[in-house]
Design a protein around this ligand. Structure first.
Ligand code: SAH
Ligand code: SF4
Length: 350
């Protein structure tokens, strides 16, 4: 059975034509899938009964199963989503001032092996399909609707489990579906893809112009990066920076560099000064992330004073630096933490 939400618009058109219908019918079906969040082909009431019946013989609409939902005191909502083969991924809804942002996963697990990351500990299991990535958006949007939440889902960040650039073809299909004007209609300004920094597909993604880019830097030197991000450090820092200098930016657009502050590891004044030097050759802004401690991993969160001092050094040198407040810390909201917890519970050793 084909899952209709796995199809690009053109693939849906081809399917409709193969059933003996004119291609324009695809637009109606697409609107049902993406604008109306339809989960049952039988309910596509302005599609002819004959087409609905033929479509239902070969296809279905399969959203991820919501296995767990956890709401944080600060309004963050975390979903553990079950996929058709029994795997599970995470998706997080983050409340902002006047909207919600959804944080999406791209792979089950991750091969990059960052030492501070719960998903990295899991290792790589498999790539997610476009329908599985998009299914997170459908589930999150539906959750807000059902909750009568007045604020809408406005921004998407690919900062959940997995390395987006290592699932590139499916990522691009996903981004294209998100952009579709008869569908979810997200503009590129509202979508950010985060990468730990791999050579493959980095510049291609920029040329597509479908999203903004965030780079998980986390260390100002190759030596330190190799220690905490062994997979990502295979692309040496000078080469990564060289690629980023070539990255196509729109006027006034800047690259976002994420810098995870780990107590006593990468959060000294000297590290801040090295970071300023490193970023002096690119159009950059910095997002400082306070580490969300993960059980079983040997990293801690720096205290608020250290975080503020680090930020001050960047700002004093003219670098825009914001602190991303750790949201949902009470619900294991950092990348990969809920799935890790659920697995422990499953094994009975939580
Ligand atoms: N693989 C991509 C995208 C997913 S990870 C990447 O690494 O960019 C998204 C972000 O969450 C990364 O910046 C990552 O370093 C950060 N992250 C991972 N574990 C974290 C934790 N325990 N606390 C805070 N941020 C974490
Ligand atoms: Fe993978 Fe990103 Fe986690 Fe590193 S931080 S292991 S790249 S998901």
């Amino acid at each position: 059975m084909t899952n209709l939400i796995d199809l690009t618009f053109h693939e849906l058109e081809a399917l409709i034509v193969s059933l003996g219908e004119p291609p324009y019918r695809a637009r109606q079906v697409w609107q049902w899938l993406w604008q109306k969040g339809c989960r049952d082909i039988g309910q596509m009431t302005d599609v002819s009964k004959a087409l609905r019946a033929r479509l239902a013989e070969v296809a279905e609409i399969g959203w991820p199963d919501v296995l767990r939902v956890r709401e944080s005191a600060d309004g963050t909502v975390k979903f553990l989503l079950g996929l058709s083969d029994g795997e599970a991924v995470e998706c997080v809804l983050i409340p902002e001032k006047d909207h919600f942002t959804a944080c999406l996963s791209t792979q089950v697990g991750c091969a990059m092996g960052c030492g501070f990351c719960a998903t990295g500990m899991l290792g790589f299991r498999r790539n997610m399909t476009p329908g599985e990535m998009l299914g997170q958006v459908l589930v999150a949007r539906q959750y807000l609707l059902d909750a009568g939440e007045p604020l809408a889902l406005r921004n998407l960040v690919f900062m959940g489990m997995g390395e987006p650039l290592l699932n590139y073809d499916n990522l691009v299909k996903t981004l294209e579906a998100l952009h579709h004007p008869q569908g979810l209609d997200f503009s590129g300004r509202r979508i950010t893809v985060s990468t730990a920094g791999v050579r493959r597909n980095l510049l291609e993604l920029g040329r597509m112009g479908l999203c903004s880019l965030a780079v998980s830097l986390h260390a100002p030197t190759q030596e330190m990066r190799a220690r905490i991000m062994p997979g990502a450090a295979k692309l040496p820092l000078p080469e990564l920076m060289g690629l980023l200098r070539e990255y196509p930016l729109k006027p006034r657009e800047r690259l976002t560099f994420e810098y995870l502050l780990l107590d006593g590891v990468n959060d000294s004044d000297a590290d801040a000064r090295d970071l300023v030097r490193l970023l002096s050759t690119v159009k950059a802004k910095v997002n400082l992330i306070v580490y969300n401690a993960t059980p079983g991993l040997p990293f801690r969160q720096p205290d608020a004073g250290r975080v503020a001092a680090f930020q001050e050094i960047l700002k004093a040198k003219g670098l825009t630096a914001t602190i991303r407040k750790s949201k949902g810390a009470d619900i294991a909201a950092a990348c990969g933490q809920l799935r890790a917890e659920a697995e422990c519970a499953g094994r009975g050793d939580a």
